[in-house]
Design a protein around this ligand. Sequence first.
Ligand code: ADP
Length: 621
Amino acid sequence: MAVETIEFQAEAKQLLQLMIHSIYSNRDVFLRELVSNASDALDKLRLETYRDKDLQADVTDLHVEIEADPEHRTLTVRDNGIGMSRDEVVSLIGTIAKSGTAELLSTLRAAADAQESGAAAELIGKFGIGFYSSFMVGDSVTLVTRRAGAGSGVRWESAGEGTYTIEDVADAPQGTAVTVALKPADADDAMPDYTDPSTIRRIVERYSDFITWPIRTTPPGAEEPVTLNRMKALWARPRSEVTDEEYAEFYRHVSHDWREPLETIRLQAEGAFEYQALLFLPSHAPMDLFLRERRRGVQLYVRRVFIMDDCEALVPEYLRFVKGVVDAADLSLNVSREIVAQDRQIQLIRKRLVRKVLSTIKDMRSANPERYATFWAEMGRAVKEGLLEDPDNRDQILEICSFPSTHDDAEPTTLAAYKERMPEGQEQIYYMTGESRTAIENSPHMEALRAKGHEVLLLTDPIDEVWVDSVPEFDGTPMTSIAKGQAVTEEEVADAGRFTGLLSWMGEVLADEVREVRLTSRLTTSPACLVGDSGDMTPTLEKMYRAMGQEMPRIKRILELNPEHPLVVALRTAHEQRPDDDAAADTARLLHDMALLAEGGDLTDPARFVGLLADRLQHSL
Ligand code: ADP
């Protein structure tokens, strides 16, 4: 087939330019990225030969080779791994930043505008555009690859200017070779000479030492290649020997995130079920944390042999941000995802892993509150899904949660701290869900609690709407929504009997709107509010479902009246004196609509409301 020239997607072109020009800080990492890809390709090949006995692949000497050509100023990273088919080259290499390109672009632009090259650099790795970092050091990049078992190969080339060429080649060796035509070395511009053997050694030792495949290079004048890395899996080395830098580099390798991990976790079990785990909590939520096609970040190894990426059997959905490796000793190398999911050993490992992650977060909260705060701000929304997903660990999850509260405008509180502040006589943890802090704080439901000086948790994450109903208590103290049920209406309302007529009449007038009209003591300044029964869906949740396109019957709630309020008292009198007066019925409707507006709800008939209000205003002038 002839040479084909293909354009990158529109955003990808800009993205590439921005990336090349905004990251000057540390170009060395391009080599780490290429070596990391090569190592993955070797893992994949080894795995495929276990799975597919008929694969015609050469696995005799799997390795990575770095070849420098000072004369032509090129650097080649070669592997004899799985390689790529033509289609794979187009979809994997021809597409920069598989997901969220437009989003990345705008974030990168903002970072570039703010001259924050560090921030821009940090963003790159999150999107899996590792390969493209070679354009930071090269004017053009050539990739020649042949998929293991395939008869011919593919040659891809680009100068990073918006197009690439692709052509079939007959004689490519198995695996992939990426050749970078290097820009001139320039000490001022932090562009070292990447053909210099000592530079190559320094970078490999620093970033890729733990890679379990040999990374070789042949220094000028030498006959034999030398191996640059120690090839020892980090998780198999004694803890005391591994430095923080080494952990950080390994984290970058497994997570494709260029930043430091927030926390490193090691786990080890000996005996019948032997395994080791090296896990990380990232310092930033991955971009795809809330995307449907998101991946989980724990890889499964069996006795140092890579088995699978994204092993969902090892981590529950709500801990999907955890990255790292589990190495199990007693699994077959030839396991499928389905078998792994049902394996008893894997289930036990998962259980321990979850407990360890949760306890690590708990310890982090007491030992390093700032770090915990960062963690929670980034990952809390995902963790809270566990309150529904993982009932067995609900108490442990609740212990590490924190929530915004009326106690402090800025700092969220833990439930334990809330409990410590509870005054004598308060027997419940109060909360309210809603769309925003302001909406909740201004809602009529808050009045009585404020009057009593009770703290209220302000739950404004959409996920909060979903878990609260399945969490009845924390550490023996009931959790109670102030917008539901009879939260604070225990006290007898004085001369309640005098309102009986008003309540049943209003119930009829508002029959389409509400299920019941009753008195409350939860209000101090507002005339009325709407509440749900404890099992009812909240209005915010109802709205969320509608926003997702789901048909929802309107859920009727209960209208509660404040018997102390002059408007309510006057309405009672009006009704007693003129039971059939339409104006009184209109006032009842106004009262309902006002309660709905006060909590940030949407009126079913805004025109009617405005008409009535205009009428009343006119009469008051
Ligand atoms: P990622 O962060 O996903 O590695 P890259 O842009 O570096 O992003 O690579 C994109 C994809 O291209 C990889 O996920 C892999 O599937 C494929 N790829 C890159 N380099 C190689 C290689 N040396 N051998 C085989 N496949 C490769």
